[in-house]
Design a protein around this ligand. Sequence first.
Ligand code: 4AD
Ligand code: MG
Length: 479
Amino acid sequence: MFNKRIKIKDLLSSEKTGYEATVMGWVRTFRNNQFIALNDGSTNNNLQVMAELGLLDEATLKRITTGACIKATGEVIPSLGKGQKVELKASSIEILGDSDAEKFPLQPKKHSLEFLREIAHLRFRTNTFGAVFRVRHSLAYAIHKFFNDRGFVYMHTPIITASDAEGAGEMFKVTTLPLDGSAVDKDGNINFKDDFFGRSTNLTVSGQLEGELAAMAFSDIYTFGPTFRAENSNTTRHLAEFWMIEPEMAFYDLEDNMNLAEAFIKYVINHALENNKDDLTFLAQRQEEEEKTKPQNERSEMGLLEKLNFVVSNDFQRLTYTEAIDILRESNHNKKKKFQYLVNDWGVDLQSEHERYLVEKHFKKPVILTNYPKEIKAFYMRQNDDGKTVAAMDILAPGIGEIVGGSQREERYDKLLQRMQEMHIPAEELDWYLDTRRFGACPHAGFGLGFERLVLFVTGMTNIRDVIPFPRFPKSAAF
Ligand code: 4AD
Ligand code: MG
């Protein structure tokens, strides 16, 4: 058997010595023709592999370069070096894959995140991205565990759909029609009858509508899958392809929904705190160093671990949109015209500068805003009795802004239909959705958490393009 090896994480986690082990991994550095720092991705910590002088011939020594893949067998011995208890004293070393040191883009030095984004196919092999993607994995696992333990059914909603779940029109078209103009008739209409699905289709912006159908049978479901938005937002918070977690629960009102979302966020962060200590400690140090380069007033008040512990152990601040507008309007920030968009009137959509003011300056903790004006929210949200607002909730996180968007759903057929008409959403196309309101409708609610925004928050990274393996954004779809 080829793969009779021990992972470096397991080898380092035990103080046991005096046994033979085989490890495989990629060389990070090679010092004095003797000491190899080896990493196999199981942990950020490298294993020191010691190749005694004379063990290897000149030709093999030359092939132990940064980036090369090797297999090493030898005895696990106590380490004299700092920072590790054990190391491997090699009795044989085999080169599995050479790496030309001159050409390998990752040198053993600090590279900028911008540079690493251009070589995203190799950046997994750095400490920073190793830590980020192990934490990402861990959060994904915790998400499934949270819902599974509470009896939620994981529902796979379609990626290709004919509907616009958010009614915002930010969709990527899916078509096999020729692009040479021959699919357009003389009046300029596209002949979708000849298209693959015989109709116009797009990539989904959200699995919610299909999720609601399933919740009307299973009570509690969640989706966790890729979603796509063709919004031309070149920001550190937006991706064209991102992953979203969307639970949908029958017999939930807005308050139940908020309670679940808050418990959910705390649970997954706590899971990472308990299971990714090394990686989070590394990322915390990284953030601290990064902060030193910023002016004093832009530095975070808390370190990464302190922030995460604070979030899991404190209640989120809950308030209505109307209360938030009052706070913003009366703020010194607004009076001194420090906002790019000044807050004067009730009804305006909140910009991320306003969300961040509330979270970072005013409350200094995560905030749940509720009951937004119906004009700035989607058609499916439940209309409140005031005739002006809907039972929406957004969760805003420090350093991130909106991390969750959700609502209680409009379960009353007439009200839903009327809202769809007002918003010019074709009822014929969503007849299947309306059926749930015709047959056994019930109060229900749900929310969507942007997975990459969560990973951003937990890792302390600052650009969303650095927390998804291969980011898609305007003018970029490399790899
Ligand atoms: O607020 P949004 O648009 O809500 C929905 O899609 C609802 N259908 C969710 C539901 O109730 N089931 O998006 C939900 C979350 C946002 O709060 C944000 O975290 C994330 O998805 N998000 C994005 N993340 C990265 N890039 C983008 N372009 C995003 N747009 C939204
Ligand atoms: Mg939203």
